[in-house]
Design a protein around this ligand. Sequence first.
Ligand SMILES: [Zn+2]
Ligand SMILES: [Zn+2]
Length: 321
Amino acid sequence: MKSCVRRHLRHTRRQFLVGATSITVATAVNPLVLLPQQTRTHIILLGTKGGPTLATKTGRNNASTLLLINEVPYVIDCGYGVSRQMIAASISLDRLRYIFITHHHSDHNLEYGALLYNAWQASKTQRVDAYGPFGLRRMTRDFFDYMKFDIETRIVDEGVDDPRKLVTVHELNSAGLVMQNQDVKVTSLRVRHPPITQSYAYRFDAKDRSVVISGDTAYAPELGEFAKGADVLIHEAMYLPAIEKLIQQNPGAKRLREHLLASHTSTEDVGRVAAQAGVKTLVLSHLVPGDDPTITDEQWTEGVRRHYRGSIIVGKDLMEI
Ligand SMILES: [Zn+2]
Ligand SMILES: [Zn+2]
């Protein structure tokens, strides 16, 4: 797999060099276009496991993805472990500037508050903008209430800025434009994740690269439409044979099976969406089950391959794409 990733990186670098030529030409015409080194968009998978249970010792971390756009980190989902994984990826927490939550399941938001806290401790002054479905404002307030004693003690004792004033929450009530700055435009699509009605996919259109993150969703052809023309689609994936094995071992898990089938996407259907979108690269992340080491990369990709001919990467924690 390592050589596959290296090959992939070489491939993207080649593509990048081709792109760089045109960007350099554009620079001569438009001085507002930044140099390619500054605009390079990196993807770092911080956690690639789906589901609320904690990773086993050797398993994957809970869901979180980081985009580094013009050197600024954008964190999408805050599964447990996100702060440590950022440090492991050599992204210091004082750089945190943007957080996006796809939906309010714990494998996507359990460390949201703690990440805000850790970033405050690292920088003391950095502003953070947080985007997510309705409920995020209350969750932010509740977290700061939970830590009220510590925060207010430190403000008086250490003379630090109040972290409650450094965080701006933007709640999404519908799909569409989420935010835009000079580096990136972020849009959202409501996806299918019953019983949760507000579950979003995000699309990041940066100058050099477009990246779509599916969030949690059942097979959604509208996501294929939303991701049209993107360079990279990061899609959740469920490996059905392993789910069936799990159910056989635990007959009480019938309800879990129903939930999984109604609200997540099988590897075959991920292939359908990626083919429909026509993306260059598909990354499988939020893998379910995410802590079964017997499932090989070939098994993860064989269903996808039936429909999709582009480059497929089976996500691993701390992989950079
Ligand atoms: Zn999830
Ligand atoms: Zn979910």
